[in-house]
Design a protein around this ligand. Structure first.
Ligand code: GTP
Ligand code: MG
Length: 301
């Protein structure tokens, strides 16, 4: 199980790994852990997008533990351990104690929401869940069709309405259907939006409110989808989003297409939201639960 996850992440992180290879090569040097070594390590951690906070902490702790000692594999093990400690396991979807679990998915345009929903639906279905997707992006003309195609491929049901319909009413109908027909999970797709688009943020709040009226404590998860190719720039975006709607976790997508996978450390530190899943490709099985152990090992593989 761990092996399969690790292999997948390793493949997905191949571009980011080039930067971490630069870090790893430092640990093969001969000599002592001195100021030059620490400066170089710091520089390479920055280059790998690890971010100021995590980098500062790692340097301080390596200094405290190894200053004037020989550079050995122990330094690498120590750094890897520190990196793992910076992260938290995603923990998967938090299910409602009874009745359908509602997962609301939001984020800026093109971040990978709809694709991630398809992947997540597929994954949950393989886990034996009865999954319903709700096409609440009624804004973009092709969005409903896109989710319909995915749902047919996965073999899960979809609730949709004509483009232009109030997205909250679609979410409402989906929750009613899930309750009446014993679905385990409802995954709600939403239109891409920027936090500056006040009316669209209010629309998201409305969806939030409406599903909560149909199903107790819904939505149980509000997953913010962040485009991994934006690296640390995704953080500012996410901070604004988080202020506007209550988020419970992150899906970090497109890690396969970027060398900026190191940004996950800064994301964790700045946003204080668990990364629940990572997207490592465009296919249905290219979504993996986030696991710090596998992630850091893959970075240094
Ligand atoms: N390489 C790669 N591409 C991805 C990943 N996730 C999504 N994509 C691609 O990113 C593009 C946008 O994905 P969508 O799922 O349509 O994004 P969205 O957030 O729903 O977009 P809007 O609904 O327009 O806001 C598509 O071409 C996807 O195939 C990923 O993990 N890796
Ligand atoms: Mg979409």
């Amino acid at each position: 199980m761990f092996r399969a996850l690790y292999e997948k992440i390793k493949q997905g992180l191949s571009k980011t790994r080039d930067l971490f290879a630069g870090i790893a090569s430092l640990f093969r040097l001969r000599g002592k852990v001195d100021q030059d070594f620490l400066t170089e390590l710091e520089k390479r951690l920055y280059l790998a997008d690890v971010g100021t906070g995590p980098t500062t902490e790692i340097i301080a702790r390596v200094r405290a533990a190894f200053l004037d000692k020989e550079i050995t594999g122990d330094v690498e093990l120590f750094v890897k351990q520190l990196l793992k400690e910076q992260l938290t396991a995603g923990g998967g979807i938090r299910y409602a104690p009874t009745g359908p679990t509602v997962v609301l998915v939001a984020g800026v345009n093109g971040s990978g929401k709809t694709t991630s929903i398809a992947k997540l639906a597929n994954r949950l279905k393989s886990d034996g869940k009865k999954v319903l997707v709700a096409a609440c992006d009624t804004f973009r003309a092709a969005a409903v069709e896109q989710l319909t195609i995915w749902s047919e491929r996965i073999g899960c049901e979809i609730v949709k309405n004509a483009p232009g319909t109030d997205p909250a009413s679609v979410a409402h109908d989906a929750c009613e259907k899930a309750k009446a027909r014993g679905f385990d999970v409802v995954i709600v797709d939403t239109a891409g939006r920027l936090h500056t688009q006040t009316h669209l943020m209010r629309e998201l709040e409305k969806i939030h409110r409406v599903v909560g009226k149909v199903i107790e404590d819904a939505p149980h998860e509000v997953l913010l989808v962040l485009d991994g190719t934006n690296g640390q720039n995704a953080i500012a975006q996410a901070e604004h989003f988080k202020k506007a709607v209550k988020c419970t976790g992150i899906i970090l997508t497109k890690l396969d297409g970027t060398a900026r996978g190191g940004a996950i450390f800064a994301i964790k530190q700045k946003l204080d939201l668990p990364v629940k899943f990572v997207g490592v490709g465009e296919k249905l099985d290219d979504l993996e639960p986030f696991d710090p152990e596998a992630y850091v090992e893959a970075l240094f593989a």
